[in-house]
Design a protein around this ligand. Sequence first.
Ligand code: CA
Length: 221
Amino acid sequence: MTFKTLALDETLYQYLLDHSLREHPAQTALREATRSHPYAGMQIAPEQGQFMAMLVKLLGARNCIEVGVFTGYSALTVALALPPDGRLLACDISDEFTRIGKPFWQQAQVAHKIDLQLAPALHTLDARLAAGEAGHYDFAFIDADKSGYDAYYERCLRLLRKGGLIAIDNTLWSGKVARPADDTDSDTLALQALNTKLHGDERVDLCVLPFSDGVTLARIR
Ligand code: CA
C-alpha cells in the first residue's frame, strides 16, 4: 500500500508553492487584497487555481462557467488561461464581494472575457439554457452554496458539451462528509448526497481529488 495522499506540513507546502506557482502579478495582488477579508477562507488556494488553469488549457476551452465568484481569484485565473476570444460566464449574487476583484481583472487585461451575472446562479443558467446554449460550454467550476450544488451540477451537465469537464469544490468538506449522516448539518448532508449520487452517475467519468478541500472532476460522457 502506498501513501493515500502525502500530508503537507507548512514547510513542504511552501516548497510546493516556491517550486510551482506561476502567478500573474494581478493574481498575487488580488490574493493580497482578499487576505484580510472576513471570508478570505472562501478563496481557492493558488495551486488549485493553477491546476484549474491547466485543465482549461488541456480542454482547449473557449467557454467556461463559474458558479460562485467571491472576490474573483478563480475567475481571473480561468480568464488568464482562456484564449483571446474565450469567455467566462461568472455567476454570483454579491456585488460587494465581486467588485473587489474587478480592478484586478482589468489590471490583467482580461475583464472583457468575464461576463459577470449578479443574480441567483440558477436563474442565469436556466436563462442560458432557454437561450439555446446547451452543449455550448467546455468547463464549469462550481464553488457556491452547498445546498445548491446538485441543481448547479444538473444545469452544467446540460450546458457543457460532450467531453466537457465540471469541477466541484469542497467535496470532502474538511472531512465532515465522512461523518454519520445523523451527526451533521445541512451543507454536509447536501455534499454527502451529491457525492453518493456522483459515484453512481453514469452520465460522467468521475474522479475525486484529495486536494485542497476535495475537488471532484466530472467529465461529460
Ligand atoms: Ca470553495
